[in-house]
Design a protein around this ligand. Structure first.
Ligand code: ZN
Length: 409
């Protein structure tokens, strides 16, 4: 295959997770008796621009038939993250009622509601109908399309030039990353700033976060690769922040090339240097990953089999996409994990895709009193441990598999 960014022939494997169904294709009582479509899940690395990317395969469009929408406002920690982002951008770039803010992947208006509350004119881009509707109900104007050069040109012709654009957790999800990025160089005002947040490849590799890999996620981004993509599409990065979301993300700040409005920050220079020192621009950095991931899988599967042999009961917590990657890659089924607890009523009484493990409400955990609870969303480990502290009463223990197998004392 050709690299999605630089079009070099990509031949180096980064990680092969076998195959799995789309991570959000939860099964119902009805669909449980039908076959599922499994798709290859293999990630490659380009040795020219260092973009880590999923391998192309036939029928990829079928992945997105699953009618599933994630509403950002369900997460209170994500809401407060958005509120703090807006406060800090308003202050740093002196935004006011004469400014214009545009968010790509505006979801249900979780972020723009705070822009609107500051009386700053704003516009959201959101192709998913159900979430777009929820944003409109908050009084936010939404364009219901995918972002591209064509859409950026149309918006500019309608007077929508942006002083600030926000694009959180979307850069990695777009198949045509060049066209998407180029759109921002058109949409931005001369002095405008575009910010992007995405999980940092350095954490994926060094903290073994391989379960953040799934089909809908086309790219796994380092600052090195993003810099190359941006420079080839009319954007210049001038600053970067390391933020804790999703197990460690980057927030990059970019301006239109050759405007020079915002000076290059020291932290940008030092993070590029750090990636260089860690080996991001060297094939060796990517080649050991498969064996590290296999060790994690083996440790977890051994633990579950030992637990089973000694008559212990194990359940899991959090029916999230990353749990599906882990369970399907490791071949774990309901003989080893009886059920998964999830707080979201929309997932309860459904089944995990592929593994077909039932998803139940928390009350079932209290009834079953399992010996072990495997926390699948390890990024929320502290929050979940607080919430489940009552399992100690019956001697229950918490388990996490990533970055390495850990059982609470
Ligand atoms: Zn490339």
């Amino acid at each position: 295959m050709k690299c999605r960014h630089c079009k070099t022939e990509v031949t180096n494997s980064f990680l092969d997770l076998g195959s799995s169904p789309p991570s959000n294709a939860y099964l119902t009582q009805q669909t449980l008796y039908k076959p599922e479509k499994w798709f290859p899940l293999k990630v490659m690395v380009c040795d020219n621009c260092w973009l880590v990317q999923t391998e192309d395969f036939a029928d990829a469009h079928e992945l997105f038939d699953a009618d599933y929408a994630y509403f950002s406002s369900f997460s209170s920690s994500w809401l407060s993250h958005a509120e703090r982002y807006v406060e800090s951008m308003v202050e740093r770039f002196s935004l006011n009622q004469n400014s214009h803010v545009i968010e790509i992947a505006a979801n249900d208006g979780y972020l723009l509601q705070y822009v609107k509350a500051n009386n700053i004119p704003c516009l959201g881009i959101e192709p998913t109908q159900s979430t777009a509707q929820a944003a409109r109900e908050k009084g936010i104007e939404i364009v219901g399309e995918f972002f591209s050069v064509a859409l950026a040109e149309r918006l500019v012709s309608q007077g929508h030039q942006a002083d600030l654009t926000a694009a959180n957790n979307v850069l990695a999800h777009v198949p045509d990353i060049n066209d998407f990025t180029k759109g921002f160089s058109i949409l931005l005002n001369k002095n405008g700033v575009a910010t992007f947040e995405f999980p940092h490849l350095l954490n994926l590799v060094q903290k073994n976060q391989f379960d953040t890999i799934y089909h809908e996620h086309f790219s796994y981004l380092s600052l090195t690769s993003v810099k190359s993509i941006f420079e080839n599409n009319g954007l210049q990065i001038f600053d970067v922040e390391e933020i804790p979301t999703h197990g460690g993300s980057l927030r990059v700040f970019a301006q239109r090339q050759h405007t020079g409005t915002h000076k290059i920050s020291d932290r940008l220079i030092s993070l590029i240097e750090k990636e260089n020192n860690e080996g991001v621009g060297n094939l060796k950095f990517y080649q050991d990953y498969q064996s590290k991931v296999e060790r994690i899988k083996n440790d977890l599967v051994c633990f579950l089999i030992e637990a089973k042999k000694s008559g212990k009961k194990v359940v899991a917590y959090g029916a999230a996409a990353k749990g599906n990657t882990l369970l399907n890659y490791a071949g774990i089924r309901s003989d080893l994990i009886s059920f998964v607890i999830d707080k979201n009523p929309a997932k309860q009484n459904k089944f995990m895709p592929g593994s077909r493990i039932p998803i139940l409400a928390e009350v079932n955990l209290k009834q079953a009193q399992p010996d072990y609870v495997l926390i699948l969303p390890w990024n929320l480990k502290d929050e979940v441990a607080d919430q489940l502290s009552y399992i100690k009463a019956w001697g229950g223990k918490l388990v996490t598999a990533i970055p390495s197998l850990e059982v609470s004392s």
